[in-house]
Structure formats: structure tokens, C-alpha cells
Design a protein around this ligand. Structure first.
Ligand code: C2E
Ligand code: MG
Ligand code: MG
Ligand code: MG
Length: 275
């Protein structure tokens, strides 16, 4: 049996690619009904300036409360959603839910908080993306500059000319763009220079052994230097210890995210602990 309850309170499964075909089909059938049955939910992980200061906002992270299997992490079902195209309605649901939450936080007095939402490769390539983003911002009366869309480096660099066109349109609307999991893809610096991104998120693989591994430290320093040069905010993900936090601040990282500073949590807990 592959099921076990992990440290996050989610029920972990082996990655969906390793699930049997039967299991995947079953999950796909269940996922088709998940939005209507109200089984999807968002957790929010705070983002902090490296200098000891209050949170600047949150990243929305999708979960699925499966009626029998428990709380599922996105790695289990997002690949299935992506392959089936279900990620498009799910992605719209995430944008709507995240912006509704941001509106509630703004109305509650946290008017400077920002929200980051992850986009899948299919969503990013979808001709409907611009309209989806525009309409969700209008619906919830969100200042576009308070919304950051995160795309992975791999997605951004897959078809660079097409990506540049989409990113230019999004940026013209006023939303911010983060390049997620930076360092795990194959960025062309020439294209990175032309990308209208506002943020680089250093993949947590480079943060994990930062103080012990000279190569990781050198890579993190280089990304920070690159961010400086290109005038991008550099955010480290996966900060799990005070030592990593200190090191990253010393290296000049702008913002930090990680279990040490705050785990992903539901909106109510977020407001209680971070607000
Ligand atoms: P990501 O966008 O790079 O998100 C960061 C992941 O690292 C999250 O996993 C978060 O819970 C985890 N994390 C944060 N701090 C730490 C830490 O200190 N240590 C460790 N070990 N992990 C940490 P999560 O929530 O399981 O999400 C995994 C990935 O699923 C995300 O990676 C993102 O690519 C994708 N994802 C999540 N929500 C959505 C969504 O709404 N839409 C799409 N398309 N993808 C999503
Ligand atoms: Mg992300
Ligand atoms: Mg990431
Ligand atoms: Mg990731």
C-alpha cells in the first residue's frame, strides 16, 4: 500500500507517474467531479523579506480533499490534471479562489499583501489565459500589481518566443511574473534578459545543503548576482533552518519562503499566525 500520512498532514502517495493505470484513471474520474463537489482547497504559504520584517503576502498552493484518500498534495494530481486538460478549469478555480481571498485580506486591513498563483504549462500556453486573468482581477477588484503569476523556468524556456509574447501581454496588464524553480531548467541568459519577469525563485534543491555544499552556495550567489544585474527580486524557497535563513540574507537574497518561516496553511490560520 502506498498511502501514508506525511509530516504536512497530507496523505502522501508515490508520484502519480508511478501509480498504476487503474489508480490514475480512478483519480482522473474523481478529479472531474472535484470542483463541483467542493473538494479543492488552497493553502497559503507566507513570503517574507530577508530582512526581519512582516510578511509581504502569500503563495497559493492547491490541495485536494479526496473523500476516501484524504488530503492530497498537488504532485499527486496536477500531472493527471495537466494530461487531461482538467488543469484549465482547475487553474481558473485557483485564480478565482486566490483573488477572492486576497480581496478579503485587503478588506480586512492587509491592503499591501500580494498573492502568488502557480500556472501550469498548459494554462500558460492557453489562449484563454489573458481573459481569465483580466476577468478575475476585475471580478475581485484586485490591483494587478498585487498578483504574481509563477511559471517554472522550464515552462518559460520551452518555447521562448511564444513565452515572451505571453509574458509581455501579462506584464502590460500590470501583473507580476515570477520564474519558479529557477536553476533546475536550462535558461538562456539572452532570453532571461528579455523576459519581463519581476522575480526569480531559487529552487529549494540549492537551499537544502547551502551551508555545507560550496557548489550550492556558489550557485545561489550567482543567481543572486544575476537577479541584481537583471533587476529581479530573488526569492529563496525551501528555507528550513535559521542557519539557511542567515546565510541567504548574508548573500543578499531579497525574500524567503520555507517551513522555517511559515508552512502552507489554510486562510484562517494564515491570518492568525501571519496577519
Ligand atoms: P512550487 O510552486 O515550487 O511550490 C513550493 C513547494 O514547496 C510547495 O509544495 C510547498 O509546500 C513546498 N515547500 C515550501 N516550503 C518548504 C520547505 O521549507 N521545505 C520543503 N521541503 N518544501 C517546502 P506543494 O504545495 O506540494 O506544491 C508542489 C508544486 O505543485 C508547486 O511547487 C507547484 O509547482 C505545484 N502547484 C501547487 N499549487 C498549484 C496550483 O494551484 N496550480 C498549479 N498549476 N501548480 C500548483
Ligand atoms: Mg511556486
Ligand atoms: Mg518552486
Ligand atoms: Mg516546484
Amino acid at each position: 500500500h502506498t498511502k501514508e500520512t506525511g509530516r504536512n498532514g497530507y496523505t502522501f502517495f508515490i508520484p502519480s507517474m508511478q501509480l498504476s493505470a487503474n489508480r490514475q484513471l480512478r483519480l482522473l474520474q474523481d478529479l472531474r467531479k472535484a470542483i463541483a463537489r467542493n473538494e479543492l482547497l488552497l493553502h497559503y504559504q507566507p513570503k517574507f523579506p530577508a530582512a526581519d520584517a512582516p510578511a509581504t503576502g502569500a503563495e497559493a498552493l492547491l490541495r485536494w480533499q479526496h473523500p476516501e484518500l484524504g488530503l492530497l498534495a498537488p504532485d499527486v494530481f496536477i500531472p493527471i490534471a495537466e494530461r487531461s486538460g482538467l488543469i484549465l478549469p482547475i487553474g481558473d478555480w485557483v485564480l478565482d479562489q486566490a483573488c477572492a481571498q486576497l480581496r478579503a485580506w485587503h478588506d480586512g486591513g492587509h491592503s499591501d499583501w500580494t498573492m502568488a498563483v502557480n500556472l501550469s504549462p498548459l494554462q500558460f500556453a492557453s489562449p484563454a489565459l489573458l481573459d481569465s486573468v483580466r476577468s478575475v482581477l476585475e471580478r475581485h477588484r484586485i490591483d494587478p500589481a498585487r498578483l504574481t503569476l509563477e511559471i517554472t523556468e522550464t515552462t518559460a524556456m520551452k518555447d521562448v518566443e511564444a513565452s515572451l509574447a505571453i509574458l509581455n501581454d501579462l506584464t502590460a496588464m500590470g501583473v507580476h511574473i515570477a520564474i519558479d524553480d529557477f536553476g533546475t531548467g536550462y535558461s538562456s541568459l539572452l532570453y532571461l534578459k528579455r523576459m519581463p519577469a519581476t522575480e526569480l525563485k531559487i529552487d529549494r534543491a540549492f537551499v537544502h545543503d547551502l551551508e555545507r555544499n560550496d557548489e550550492d552556495a556558489a550557485i545561489v550567489s550567482s543567481i543572486i548576482a544575476l537577479g541584481r544585474t537583471l533587476q529581479l527580486q530573488v526569492v529563496a524557497e525551501g528555507v528550513e533552518t535559521q542557519a539557511q535563513r542567515d546565510y541567504l540574507s548574508e548573500l543578499g537574497c531579497d525574500q524567503l519562503q520555507g517551513y522555517h518561516l511559515g508552512r502552507p496553511m489554510d486562510a484562517e490560520e494564515f491570518l492568525r499566525k501571519v496577519g
